[in-house]
Design a protein around this ligand. Structure first.
Ligand code: G3H
Ligand code: 13P
Ligand code: ZN
Length: 349
């Protein structure tokens, strides 16, 4: 199957009332792990690459690997997404490479660290929407700022520092026309999200629900959605790792989100933990080994198990064969004639 528009994939998820995991990739083994899980659970899937991933893998290697994944798994709808694009240029280069979806994270300035103003965010996101939609490519925006820092990206601080204001979310959706909207509800990137199991004082599901009521056509995105399970932390620590005690986003909270308009759920950290735990275990138990395949194969298996579990928990499992891909050119026509508009004034009519 050719790569599909993320918009089509999320529209289908909305119809079916399920969420779709968006898993970060940097290398072949991670792409294979996702495809193995998608095949096993018959799931449509979003594969995403950060700027750091594109630099690490080099654009062409990365994109050819995704093309291989699509060719080898013709029954699986795959959307290829730019995670946390920091500028118009980053998004444009992803689109030119063949990505079917981009995130313009205008919540931060292009340094990827400093929170931007609302007007700056609207301006850069709208510019990306105009460019992307003309080419049938999906756009995710972000309003509010997540906590934490990953690979130099992020404002740092707590997830509670810049929670999304629902009024601003509505104005942002109206003025930009984004297909999907990432909101800040207290989560952060990385392993250290919460110091105990989160409740409503630190994880603001009520804000998410309020935003969905006002933006029923805009697909909501939960970033920083790794659950950081204790068993994965324990494996890392058992074999020489030094993770401090921490909590992630409980799967039942994500499922509550899915019942309230969340269609895309970003997961990276859980896979990082699974991979690192598996590699540590092999090297710890059999220090005489030095063939990378001896630890990369268990690492790939460990990531596959996490991804397959999340696909089942998010509800995307079993939905790979529900629909035929609509070409990117057809999607572009839908944006042009207004039938794919998500703007709240249009949506509420
Ligand atoms: O947004 C964060 C993702 O986990 C990607 O992280 O920028 O270190 O590749 P990265
Ligand atoms: P985690 O760090 O919780 O996996 O979040 C990943 C993410 O939001 C990528 O954009
Ligand atoms: Zn993110």
């Amino acid at each position: 199957m050719p790569l599909v528009s993320m918009r089509q994939l999320l529209d289908e998820a909305a119809k079916g009332g399920y969420g779709v995991g968006a898993f970060n990739v940097n290398d072949m083994e991670q792409i294979q792990a996702i495809m193995m899980a998608a095949k096993e659970t018959k799931s449509p899937v979003i594969v995403q690459a950060s700027r750091g991933a594109r630099q690490f893998a080099e654009d062409l290697y990365l994109f050819r690997l995704i093309e291989a994944a699509a060719e080898l798994n013709p029954e699986i709808p795959i959307a290829m997404h730019q995670d946390h694009g920091n500028s118009f240029e980053t998004c444009k280069s992803a689109i030119e490479l063949g990505f079917t979806s981009v995130m313009m994270d205008g919540s931060l300035k292009s340094d990827g660290k400093t929170p931007s103003t609302f007007e700056e965010n609207v301006e850069v996101t709208r510019k990306v929407v105009d460019f992307a939609h003309e080419r049938g490519v999906t756009v995710e925006g972000e309003i509010g700022v997540l906590g934490g820092v990953e690979d130099g990206h992020g404002a740092g601080g707590s997830g509670l520092d810049h929670i999304t204001d629902p009024d601003q979310a509505v104005e942002f959706a109206e003025r930009t026309g984004v297909d999907a909207l990432a909101i800040a509800i207290g989560t952060s990137h990385g392993a250290y999200k919460f110091t105990k199991k989160p409740d409503g004082s630190v994880l603001k599901m009520d804000i998410l629900i309020a935003i969905h009521k006002r933006l029923p056509k805009t697909h909501l995105v939960m970033h920083g959605s790794s659950s950081v399970p204790k068993d994965l932390q324990d494996i890392v620590n058992k074999y020489g790792g030094k993770l401090k005690e921490t909590w992630g986003v409980p799967v039942e909270e994500i499922q509550l989100g899915i019942r309230n308009g969340v269609r895309k759920i970003n997961v990276d950290t859980d896979n990082r933990l699974a991979i690192t735990g598996a590699i540590r275990k092999v090297l710890w138990e059999t220090p005489e080994k030095f063939d990378p395949r001896d630890y990369l194969k268990p690492a790939r298996e460990a990531m596959k198990a996490v991804v397959a579990l999340r696909m089942t928990q998010f509800g995307q499992a079993g939905h790979a064969g529900d629909y035929k891909p609509v070409s990117i050119e057809e999607i572009a026509k839908g944006y042009k004639d207004g039938s794919l508009s998500t703007r709240p004034l249009v949506a509420s009519k």
